[in-house]
Design a binder for this molecule. Structure first.
Ligand code: ZN
Length: 491
């Protein structure tokens, strides 16, 4: 009896498309759209040939919560209610959930997570390109703990390589692609402890460029390549104390140096390129002047590397989604989130899924949270307005807490926007729609911290192209590297 019910149920499931006409809701747009979506997905075939090119796009600190905020924002900017919007990553055919913890951290950092997807092994928080046997900061253990990273792996296959970030190029995520360091903070020699035998991260980047392994490196962080006595292109002095000018060393080795939007626009992309567009991180997208966008850097890199015979590996980080979340400033989180989405759209549009694997992910999530029960179309950066029981769009009534004050759609569990103050004695301030939607508004949070924290929640990984169907189920973060490796080496 039980068995026959199961058989009948499974028959109904597999043949639901054919039965659609019998449903009372068959003409309902939601029903029809879902039927069309299922049909489109039934036609998706796994691509199992070798990937010539691999593009890994990471938005730092962009878990599914932060990604949701960006989706609402991008949709609302396009004149929609928001939730129905489809970001370019949402439209990729394959997806998995990713467990982001480091071997010694339930809440991970970007060095341990970057090492996971750039080397194939999980490791401790704060270390780069080394395994978990190394205690953070122990320079003497680097050699013995070193693991092979993405730059070494893909350059050995004869691929050209680009490393792009809107953060400092020596910052944890981009550095995890090319460097081995006992501590993510060893960005210039002045940060190395006395007697530390390893090379600083800026020197390691110039080394991999001089060796020809990395062809394009663009981002921020100029200060780590020049000395404290040297003024960089925008007048800020450097961090080095060893007398080295790594920019001059790069130029002497035939690497072209660019530092603003104009030198970017006039660059000769047939030569190796080092772009350092800021002393520290590049500007937030909302404040960007005089610098290329992430999408522009993506486009230039794909054009430059696209002609290479053995293909390319391009790792692209939207580094500042993370920083805006740390600041508790949702407006800059979503504007940098949109800049990331535009870079993804560029990569999708410029490549052929038969030959290029595109991987989109985040290293970790933040303590970002979403209040309820907002009606559709409540501005993601504004107040949470009540549901209209008779309509679709929210009512004109902001929802109130027990304290009689309205609250915003987005909040953070901790951070600089704490309602408590450092002595824990504060109370929740009033907030208006006008205040909340200001670009500089810091969302209310609970626990007072100077910098809002990461969280250990899952992130998503989205894929298109050869072997991206292996992004399925809930996976460990280091498996992302193994999917890229499978794609690059498939027979
Ligand atoms: Zn962070």
């Amino acid at each position: 009896m039980k068995k026959s019910i199961l058989v009948a149920a499974s028959l109904l499931l597999t043949s639901s498309v054919a039965f659609a006409a019998d449903f009372k809701q068959a003409d309902n747009q939601w029903f029809k759209d879902a039927q069309a979506s299922i049909k489109a997905r039934m036609a998706v075939q796994p691509i199992t040939n070798k990937a010539k090119n691999i593009i890994l796009l990471i938005a730092d600190g962009n878990g599914v919560g932060s990604n949701y905020a960006t989706r609402l924002y991008a949709g609302q900017q396009a004149g929609k209610l928001g939730s129905e919007h489809v970001l370019p990553q949402d439209a990729l055919p394959h997806v998995a959930l990713v467990k982001t913890y480091n071997t010694n951290a339930q809440t991970p950092d970007s060095a341990g997570t970057g090492t996971a997807f750039h080397t194939g092994v999980k490791t401790k928080a704060g270390v780069l390109g080394v395994d978990e046997t190394l205690a953070r900061g122990d320079c003497s253990a680097v050699e013995g703990a070193t693991v092979t990273n993405a730059v070494e792996t893909f350059s050995a296959m004869g691929k050209q390589i680009g490393v792009i970030s809107t953060a400092r190029l020596t910052h944890a995520t981009p550095a995890s692609a090319y460097a081995h360091s006992a501590d993510r903070n060893f960005e210039a020699d002045s940060y190395l402890p006395e007697g530390c035998g390893q090379k600083d991260i800026a020197v390691q980047l110039i080394d991999v460029m001089k060796s020809g392994a990395v062809d394009i490196a663009m981002g921020g962080g100029r200060r780590n390549f020049i000395t404290k006595e040297t003024k960089g292109d925008e007048g800020k002095s450097g961090k080095r104390t060893d007398g080295k000018n790594l920019i001059e060393e790069a130029k002497a080795a035939g690497i072209q140096y660019i530092w603003d939007d104009k030198t970017f626009a006039s660059a000769d992309w047939s030569k190796p390129v080092l772009g350092l567009f800021e002393s520290s991180h590049m500007k937030y997208e909302a404040d960007r002047t005089g610098e290329p966008s992430l999408a522009e850097m993506t486009e230039a890199s794909i054009k430059a590397l696209g002609g290479s015979e053995n293909g390319y590996f391009l790792t692209i980080e939207a580094g500042r989604v993370d920083h805006a979340n740390h600041a508790g400033n949702a407006a800059r989180t979503v504007t940098d989130g949109v800049a990331f989405a535009e870079a993804i759209a560029k990569a999708v549009e410029m490549t052929d899924p038969q030959e290029t694997l595109i991987v989109v992910t985040a290293d970790h999530e933040h303590a970002i949270a979403f209040n309820g029960y907002c009606g559709r179309g409540s501005d993601v950066l504004g107040l949470c307005y009540d549901i209209d029981p008779a309509g679709t769009k929210h009512s004109d009534k902001p929802l109130m807490g027990k304290d009689g004050k309205p609250y915003t759609v987005v909040g953070f569990l901790n951070g600089p926007g704490s309602i408590l103050g450092e002595d824990g004695s504060g109370s929740r301030p009033e907030v208006t729609q006008e205040q909340a939607t200001d670009i500089d508004y810091v969302q209310q949070s609970l626990i007072p911290l100077s910098s809002e924290s990461h969280s250990g929640e899952d992130v998503a990984v989205y894929g298109r192209g050869p072997w991206s169907h292996l992004f399925d189920s809930t996976i460990e973060q280091n498996e992302i590297f193994h999917v890229m490796l499978q794609a690059a080496t498939a027979e």
